[in-house]
Design a protein around this ligand. Sequence first.
Ligand code: NAP
Length: 293
Amino acid sequence: MNKPRVALLGLGIMGTGMARRLLGGGFPLTVWNRNPAKAAALVSEGAKAAATPREAATGAEFIFSMLADDRASRGVWLGQDGALAGTAPGAVLVECSTLTVEWITELTKAATARGVEFLDAPVTGSKAQAAAGELNFLVGGSAATLEKARPVLTAMSRSITHLGPAGSGAMIKLINNFVCGVQVAAIGEAIAMIERSGLERARALEVLLNGAPGSPLVKLMAGRMTTPDFTPNFLLRLLAKDLSYAIQEAGQRSLELTTAKAALSQFERAIAAGHGDKDMSAVIEPLRQGGTR
Ligand code: NAP
């Protein structure tokens, strides 16, 4: 049976890996990226490159996007030559970026008004998992739409979890990432404290990593912070974005995320010091260099 035509908008760290998995799964794929140079390698591997999001969406049965933030998503779906204008009735739109529930709600309404189906399907897993087809999709939307999209999602994933109606995936993803952000900031502060304390770093870290604080993320970050290796898997400025979106969503529900606010202040400090385009583990750099505020 012929596989459905798929479009993927956004070829960053995550989108590029996802595109390769779709090609590997035999899906006819059209890609679009703001900086068109990022499409070249995928074209040589069998993808078509579109000049605009609208062109990419035209004729596709499934249209995925993997973009930086709300602003990028709004522009790509609803802006000039935006993807929504290219969709046909019955197409399924799958927004995989980490975004606010507020924007997902607006985008769902715009999709429904055009007669297309919508899923929010942000992911956990990073660069390596995107490349290996081992992402975990956190899905919001109708169960019937998810069943339609499942074969395409499966080509990119290790697991698919249906959380509830549209916006549910975005909500759990922001909760997940604010907890991640707090852990990354905390292990950065802990390592900075160890380095100033006179303790032997490796032995002191063993206590943390083999004990209760040693979550998979804390272990990964401790390795990157001590090597140090700030080659981006997850851009620091994007984790700051996720923390601020989580704080905003909680605020709309009369909840103050004080731990997320404290973590965000460390990430903002690192961005101000020029580390925004490095891996999130670079949050430790200002703590090492500048002392506490
Ligand atoms: P990335 O490498 O920075 O890629 C961002 C993508 O968004 C690029 O394609 C970029 O285009 C595009 N973009 C940014 N601003 C735009 C705009 N105004 N208009 C159109 N396109 C725009 O980031 P990533 O790591 O792939 O992350 C993508 C999404 O996945 C984010 O929402 C992130 O929070 C989420 N996420 C990331 C990870 C991870 O570990 N990296 C894990 C889970 C979820 P250009 O190439 O032209 O700049």
